[in-house]
Ligand binder design. Structure first.
Ligand code: DOR
Ligand code: ZN
Length: 437
């Protein structure tokens, strides 16, 4: 029986595709891993649906059907820290979070600063439950001293470069990175925190850090870093992407730069949109330690405003798995980072959509279409003929974040125990169901 007209039909859902500019009730027809058509119910499709067998039909009644989500900032930890995450487990977490594509950061062991390591990741990713795009290191061994062979990395398929975890402190190196990246039309993704100003701070420098007696890293460290990079981008051109924007000064700087026509993009993470440094003193939960750190209410509000007015282009999780042992220590000794792939959709629905900052179309644009555009990736739309990467979300489903439900190998989320609204129902990768609730 090879002449099946469709492999899968998603019926009764509300299809939201910011790229195509629609949000309407429609059916999605899939064959050979591709989207064949999206149509309102009509006599012809009514008949086609009737001839489908039960296992071909996905009923998305009361659900929204959106282009597969894309996360541009994910740490998969393989090679080197497979105790915390592997490419396989990280991609399972991605699928559970509704993400069909992830961009993995190069701060693995060894670093992804050479073709061999890129190839290793790509080979492992071939059988994973999400598409993995590799972001190569800007500098050799992420030491900030000498540029990687950027041309080789791009030839191998790297979609961007970053030294994430570390700021490229030397402006001459950053200048050259922007120049090379421009030649290859890829963005330079920057973890913008001036290392000298941070001075080993473990949380935001503020009233709270003083009160708790913890060493602070000031928001100015981020603003200074962003402003320098804007200046360099203005000089050499190229594309700068600012990672995990967390403070008002950085948002203001990016807004001003965009107004002058500079080619700059930026991302924000759910934790910076939702949490502040006031959370830390409650229990000293080491899962709240993250770089850049959780900031003040004023900063949080500025990041939200930046997202709402388009200064910030996309939402990224900065999924940063760390093992339980490594986080089981004093706050200032814990490694920075929290997982995020499996909570992003619920957090954005609960704290951004339900609170009236964004609507679903905005959120999907920031988690699918814009990420695809920034990194030149396929996907981000449900256009006919494109890969059937589709996320189905139950927008009003209430659920509680539970550590033992995470597909990620690590459980370091400060959101465990939180009640959220909005849950991923099914994730479809190239026409194959890779996750179902
Ligand atoms: O909190 C963070 N954790 N920030 C980073 O930039 C790196 C990441 C990690 O690799 O754990
Ligand atoms: Zn970072």
């Amino acid at each position: 029986m090879t002449s099946k007209k469709y492999d899968m039909v998603i019926i009764n859902g509300r299809v939201i595709d910011p790229a195509l500019g629609f949000g309407k009730e429609a059916d999605v027809f899939i064959k050979d891993g591709k989207i064949v058509k999206i149509e309102n119910r009509n006599p012809k499709t009514e008949k086609e649906i009737k001839t489908c067998s039960e296992d071909q039909i996905v009923d998305a009644k009361d659900k929204i059907v959106v282009p597969g989500l894309i996360d541009v900032h994910v740490h998969l930890r393989e090679p080197g820290r497979e105790d915390a995450e592997t490419i396989a487990s990280g991609c399972k977490a991605a699928a559970a979070g509704g993400f069909t594509s992830v961009c993995c950061m190069p701060n693995t062991m060894p670093r992804i600063d050479n073709q061999e390591t890129v190839k290793f990741v790509q080979d492992r990713a071939k059988v994973a439950d999400a598409r993995v795009y590799v972001v190569g290191a800007i500098t050799k061994n992420i030491e900030g001293k000498e540029l990687s062979e950027i041309g080789d990395l791009v030839k191998m398929g790297c979609v961007a470069i970053t030294d994430d975890g570390h700021y490229v402190q030397n402006p001459e190196i950053m200048r050259r990175a922007l120049e090379y990246a421009k030649m290859f039309d890829i963005p330079v993704m920057q973890h913008a925190e001036d290392l000298n100003l941070c001075g080993g701070g473990v949380m935001n420098e503020s009233f709270e850090s003083t009160r708790l007696g913890l060493k602070g890293a000031p928001a100015a460290a981020e603003e200074v870093a962003v402003r320098r990079d804007i200046t360099l981008t203005r000089m050499v051109g190229g594309r700068l992407h600012v990672q995990h924007v967390s403070c008002k000064g950085a948002v203001d700087a990016i807004r001003e730069a965009k107004a002058t026509g500079l080619n700059i993009t930026a991302e924000a993470c759910p934790h910076h949109l939702i949490l502040t440094d006031e959370e830390i003193g409650k229990e000293f939960n080491t899962n709240l330690r993250v770089n850049p750190p959780l900031r003040t209410i004023t900063d949080r509000q500025a990041v939200i405003e930046g997202l709402v007015d388009g200064t910030i282009d996309c939402i990224a999780s900065d999924h940063a798995p760390h093992s339980e042992e490594s986080k089981d220590c004093e706050f200032d000794l814990a490694p920075p980072g929290m997982i995020g792939l499996e909570t992003t959709v619920g957090l954005i629905k609960t704290f951004m959509i339900d609170k009236g900052y964004l609507n679903w179309a905005d959120a999907i644009r920031m988690m699918s279409y814009n990420p695809a555009k920034i990194l030149n990736l396929p996907g981000g739309s449900l256009a006919e003929g494109s890969d059937a990467d589709i996320t189905i979300i139950d927008p009003d489903k209430k659920w509680t974040v539970k550590a033992d439900r995470f597909r990620s190998k690590s459980k370091n989320s400060p959101f465990v125990g939180m009640k959220l609204n909005g849950q991923v129902y099914k994730t479809i990768l190239g026409g194959r169901v890779v996750f179902e609730q």
